[in-house]
Design a protein around this ligand. Sequence first.
Ligand code: FAD
Length: 467
Amino acid sequence: MKTEPLTRGLRAGAGLPDLHQVAHIPDPWAALTTELKPPLTPDEARAEAYRCLLCGGPTTPAPCVQSCPSGIDIPNFVEAIARGDPTQAASTIMEANPLGGTCARVCPTEVLCEGSCVLIGEGQRALDIGRLQRFATDAVSDPAGIAIIAPMQQQNRNVAVIGAGPAGLACAAVLASLGYGVTVYDGHTEAGGLVRYAIAPYRQLIEPLPVEVERLRRMGIRFVMGTRIDIREAIQAVEASCDAIFLGVGMGKDSALGIEGSDLSGVWSSLPFIEAIKSRQLPEIGDTVAVIGAGNTAMDVARESVRLGAKHVVVIYRRSREQAPAFPSEIAEAIEEGVEFVWLTAPVRFLGGDRLRSIECQKMRLGEPDRSGRKRSEPIKGSEFELSVDTAILAIGQLPWSDLIPLIGVADANGYPILVDPDTGQTQKARYFTGGDVLNGGGSVVEAVRMGKIAADGIHRFLSTKE
Ligand SMILES: Cc1cc2nc3c(=O)[nH]c(=O)nc-3n(C[C@H](O)[C@H](O)[C@H](O)COP(=O)(O)OP(=O)(O)OC[C@H]3O[C@@H](n4cnc5c(N)ncnc54)[C@H](O)[C@@H]3O)c2cc1C
């Protein structure tokens, strides 16, 4: 620290924006749960479906299908909506993706299916595929509403799935449809992984997850909830009960910043903060909130803080906007909602008595690229300043939920699984397969679904060729 005294508040000349007052929120819960993309009415859905050019064919899938990680036959379900048959549309969706209703709400469609819609090339807006998918899946909200196709044959083999997040659920669904006995274990009491506990409530609070999980139960999948598999005895018991195991254990723990004052009251990690909101235990955040980090999770907690009624919400990031990991659209929407950004700035320590009072920050500059190829951010000596805040929320990345991967002996030096075959998700222990966030380091729901399906095919091949 330089001798220059720290000033409270935003120091003049620090290159910071003036924080403007975010509108007062009279009902935070209503603001938090008001959906960003409300559902289409039946008339709107049919009119939208008629806009589809139904491109692609049996040999060349449409660009939107190619961009959908779960491979949903989009023109096919859109055509069913246009015909007035949403149940058929929902069956097409759920056949490819057992979390089709969830993905309709949470997928970054603008960079996936809608981003490759051919209508854009014709100078029109993309087809609203996400909301059409939601219209179809909402139309069949009864778990019995979509016929479950019985497997061609029973396999007389059992598979354990550890982790009931999107990867585990997708893997379980494919294996059950192939006739395997499937048991899913999860430490939480409710299935869904981060969809249940982390996804912003204005995208998806809980529904339609319970209906999607109930459909899987009706396929014969057994759920053992509230059961963590993370000690040797528990692993041995699971191994003894099955022929193959899928590890879909995700990345559900926040990375720590490890700076002074991190344990002060008022300093939150992103996931407990969101989990509290989703369970309607709304955190007391005061007027000024600082969010540390600039990924998609940081954008979510910033936007949630606005809805909770904070007057000033500031995102602090040590690199520049161009290096921020959040989707540009997420940053733009956060700005639109009144969130301020302080680029090239890092927190040095949290200050306060029992409760957080301010953050000592330091300005940064970009230097030479590091091993990841991104420009290193380097502190500027003497640039420290103090920012008055009531709450700080750390959103600087996630770590695996558990130490299971190293315990099983399939981890690299950093604790992540080592694959012997990326095309099947098989690890170096032949019976163990994996996929989802724990493998890709944190992605999206639909990507986890894709990886769960790939591993299920890998397990089927492995067990089909095994004596
Ligand atoms: C704040 C936040 C917002 C997000 N928003 C979006 C979004 O809007 N759209 C989107 O597409 N994606 C979003 N994502 C990403 C998405 O949620 C994940 O990519 C996806 O959930 C990963 O699925 P998964 O099955 O790999 O892991 P998870 O969803 O993390 O599920 C893993 C499951 O494994 C269980 N588990 C772990 N260890 C054990 C053990 N030892 N024994 C038993 N059970 C265990 C956990 O309890 C958990 O239920 C968001 C992520 C975060 C953090």
